[in-house]
Design a protein around this ligand. Structure first.
Ligand code: ADP
Ligand code: MG
Length: 240
């Protein structure tokens, strides 16, 4: 579904990703781990072209999306993204937060958009909050709305950048539960996370980034059961 070929990303002189080669098949759940500043967010953002790689190619379902003439509008709709800061529209209700893009980007009529929005709110167990405003929700609830909003666009892959890092500890679990459910339904997911327990349990594959390169790429038991590289061991010693 996603192929990255020899990706490099530099900000000015600062090369923050190099030699990234990666193939992610449909349905795979990939967790990206690594120290702060190792390039996890930049890698995720190179996939949906929020960052344009300075070198290399990104393919999405066989199509070269880094081609200069490629129109990202359609492609980006197929890639849902969930951020650490939920980025909900504060002056819109929960329901409106979800219907907005459906009406304006997908050109659905209001009633159809609302029907779909309620379906996804049910999926994240928040139907009863449909008419409230984001500020009256907990962080975990806001993040579940953000996930429902992304899912309502019917993406082929979901990208998560530390979706639980800004949450109070007591609401982390409810967001991970939603993500676990999605994974079990076969959604292709790429998740930057510091939740090692979740990664171990839910990921099909774990990538460990160090200084902008993929230092380890393996199944969870191989990553967590006697880590190979010194750097991965040092990282895990710190976070576990
Ligand atoms: P991580 O998500 O693993 O913490 P990032 O991908 O955010 O790491 O950052 C990797 C490196 O790229 C860091 O050194 C960071 O300072 C740098 N960086 C990220 N975004 C930008 C940007 N927009 N401009 C300049 N430097 C950036
Ligand atoms: Mg980051």
């Amino acid at each position: 579904m996603i192929v990255l070929k020899d990706i490099e990303k530099a900000f000015g002189e600062n090369v923050v990703l190099r030699n990234i080669n990666l193939t992610i098949p449909k349905g795979q759940v990939v967790c990206l781990i690594g120290a702060s500043g190792s390039g996890k967010s930049t890698l995720l953002r190179c996939i949906n072209q929020l960052e344009i790689p300075t070198k290399g190619d990104v393919f999405f379902e066989g199509e070269l999306i880094t081609a200069p003439n490629h129109d990202m509008t359609k492609t980006r709709q197929q890639m849902g993204m969930v951020f650490q800061q939920f980025n909900l529209f504060p002056h819109k209700t929960v329901l409106e937060n979800i219907t907005l893009a459906l009406c304006h980007i997908k050109k659905m009529d209001k009633s159809e958009a609302e029907r779909l929005a309620l379906e996804y709110l049910a999926k994240v167990d928040l139907v009863e909050k449909k008419d409230t405003y984001p500020r009256s929700l907990s962080g975990g609830q806001q993040q579940r709305v953000a996930i429902a909003r992304a899912l309502a666009m019917n993406p082929k892959v979901m990208l998560f950048d530390e979706p639980t890092s800004a949450l109070d500890p007591e609401t982390v679990g409810e967001v991970l539960t939603v993500m676990r459910k999605l994974a079990n339904e076969g959604m292709t997911m790429i998740i930057v996370t510091h939740e090692m327990g979740f990664a171990k349990e839910v990921a099909d594959r774990i990538l460990f980034l160090h200084n902008g390169t993929i230092e380890e790429d393996d199944i969870p038991i191989a990553i967590f059961g006697g880590a190979k590289s010194q750097r991965l061991r040092a990282f895990l010693d710190k976070v576990l």
